[in-house]
Ligand binder design. Structure first.
Ligand SMILES: N[C@@H](CCC(=O)N[C@@H](CS)C(=O)NCC(=O)O)C(=O)O
Length: 210
């Protein structure tokens, strides 16, 4: 049994998508980051960086923070969504790191300056919006040659990126400008595990449609 500490954000949803895809048994602990629950001493013991998501795998006595590490841990544990041949194994890591080092931090800043603080910091707004669109362009090009980001199989790299694309409206990005990303987004949205993982912890948000 796994304990999942999460909130309904892109980083949190990566892990709930994966747990649902793998049909692993888990208990959700909602950490309301809008109410500073990520700063409690109990949570700090599991997640020393005070951020969701985090897991505890009680079968192994292993606790983990950082969503990229958690995705790899769960893929390694189940043997799912992380191909084992040299080419696709490392493409999966490559595109997972692309998410962790590019999409996550840049889109996160784009949300701040484009949605929450629009027009108050034009330099930052342009910088992060332009970088966000550049990253969409990179993914659009990749997805013109490949069914999914790492290869032609659905992997943890796709699960890591998808919840960030599901904020295209917050980013003021028109998905129709990126038809290959749109095709990929809609295909993943159709998976029953995506819909279940989206609603962890239970929330009222609709999955945005382009
Ligand atoms: N690199 C971390 C980032 C995690 C992260 O930024 N989590 C956000 C929610 S999406 C959070 O917990 N924010 C609360 C805070 O910054 O206080 C990961 O991928 O797990």
């Amino acid at each position: 049994m796994i304990d999942l500490y999460t909130w309904f954000t892109p980083n949190g949803r990566k892990v709930s998508l994966m747990l649902e895809e793998c049909e692993l048994e888990y208990t959700t602990h909602a950490i309301d980051i809008a109410n500073d629950e990520q700063f409690t001493p109990e949570f700090l013991k599991i997640s020393p960086n005070n951020k969701i998501p985090a897991i505890v795998d009680n079968d192994k006595g292993k606790s983990l923070m950082e969503s990229g590490a958690i995705m790899m841990y769960l893929a390694d544990k189940t043997g799912k969504f992380w191909p084992t041949d040299l080419e696709n194994k490392w493409s999966t890591v490559e595109w997972l790191m692309f998410q962790m080092g590019g999409v996550g931090p840049m889109f996160g800043q784009c949300h701040h300056f484009t949605k929450y603080n629009p027009d108050k910091a034009p330099y930052a707004q342009d910088r992060y919006h332009d970088e966000t669109k550049r990253l969409y362009g990179v993914m659009n090009e990749r997805l013109s040659k490949s069914g999914f980001l790492a290869c032609d199989e659905y992997t943890i790299a796709d699960m890591a990126v998808w919840p960030w694309i599901a904020r295209f409206d917050w980013q003021s990005v028109d998905l129709n400008e990126f038809p290959n990303v749109r095709r990929w987004y809609l295909e993943i949205l159709d998976r029953p595990a995506t819909r279940r993982g989206w609603n962890v912890p239970e929330n009222e948000q609709e999955i945005p449609m382009p």
